[in-house]
Design a protein around this ligand. Structure first.
Ligand SMILES: NC(=O)C1=CN([C@@H]2O[C@H](COP(=O)(O)OP(=O)(O)OC[C@H]3O[C@@H](n4cnc5c(N)ncnc54)[C@H](OP(=O)(O)O)[C@@H]3O)[C@@H](O)[C@H]2O)C=CC1
Ligand SMILES: O=C(O)C1=N[C@H](C(=O)O)C[C@H](O)C1
Length: 238
């Protein structure tokens, strides 16, 4: 694949290294130096890419989605902090026939964790003494809080607990990404945790998503849907 990288920081560089190891090529790199470019201008730069991977900043995401859709380049959207703009993103993709796979967390483990948390929520909710809470911890350089993954976890719990669910965010040192979901009762506490050891898992998932979205003509997919398909296929085989 000929990859266009939007964002060339911690994640962008890692995606490039893994992509090269899999025989792909980076042909375009866009950074904060491209911040003033319009969607049309960025689309011009992305012409000829087979796929784009965006790990940049939340305020640039709609422009990046429009640029990819204009250039007819399928997009892997890994940036977090733009959840409330998803309907606008979908409208852009619909209007221009673009293809995008997005996810707050591209690690396979975190996506399996979503499934475990959803199941735990269903199991525990009928026991009214238990109250859920979320904790997340990340490196000091992370801009958004709560993390995109914590917001996704809250969305999984919300149908079972109508009251606001507390999310505590820690920003310190070099933590790649830890998420905990707890259920607290008078007598005990149930604690579930996903801890990324490095960022490699995010990069590997983003490449998996890139190799998948490149085959799609259009549409807006959440990465967890892709994981659901993989779980289903592997379940049939075993
Ligand atoms: N979905 C997932 O699995 C994961 C998501 N993330 C998310 O990815 C995003 C990036 O994270 P990370 O790599 O750690 O961040 P970094 O701060 O390390 O990198 C951000 C990059 O974006 C570039 N940038 C800034 N403004 C613009 C702009 N207007 N247009 C294009 N590029 C721009 C920066 O440019 P410059 O180099 O010039 O500063 C930099 O290269 C965050 O939202 C983070 O939450 C992170 C890890 C996993
Ligand atoms: O910024 C990060 O580093 C991470 N961001 C994602 C998020 O906001 O959930 C995923 C991961 O935890 C790392």
């Amino acid at each position: 694949m000929k990859i266009g990288l939007i964002g060339y920081g911690r994640m962008g560089r890692l995606v490039e290294a893994r992509a090269q190891a899999r025989g792909h090529q980076t042909v375009v790199i866009a950074t904060s130096r491209d911040a003033e470019r319009t969607a049309e201008e960025l689309a011009g730069r992305l012409q000829g890419c087979s796929v784009a991977v965006d790990f940049s900043v939340a305020h640039a995401v709609l422009r990046n989605i429009e640029a990819c859709a204009r250039a007819r380049v399928p997009l892997v959207e890994g940036t977090t902090g733009w959840n409330e703009r998803l309907p606008q993103a979908q409208a852009i993709l619909d209007e221009r026939g673009g293809a995008m796979v997005y996810g707050a967390n591209f690690s396979i483990g975190a996506n399996l964790f979503y499934r475990i948390v959803a199941h735990a929520a269903k199991l525990i909710a009928p026991f009214s003494d238990y109250a859920p809470f979320i904790e997340e911890a990340h490196h000091a350089g992370k801009r958004d809080a709560p993390s995109g993954t914590a917001l996704k976890l809250r969305a999984l719990l919300a149908p079972h607990w109508p009251a606001e669910i507390s999310i505590a965010a820690t920003r310190a040192g070099h933590i790649p990404g830890t998420h905990r979901v707890g259920f607290d009762s008078t007598d005990d506490q149930i604690l579930l945790q996903h801890e990324a050891r490095t960022r490699e898992g995010f990069a590997a998932g983003a490449l998996l998503a890139a190799e998948w979205i490149v085959t799609k003509q259009g549409g807006c997919y959440e990465f967890s849907e892709l994981i659901d398909r993989i779980i289903e296929e592997r379940g049939k085989r075993s």
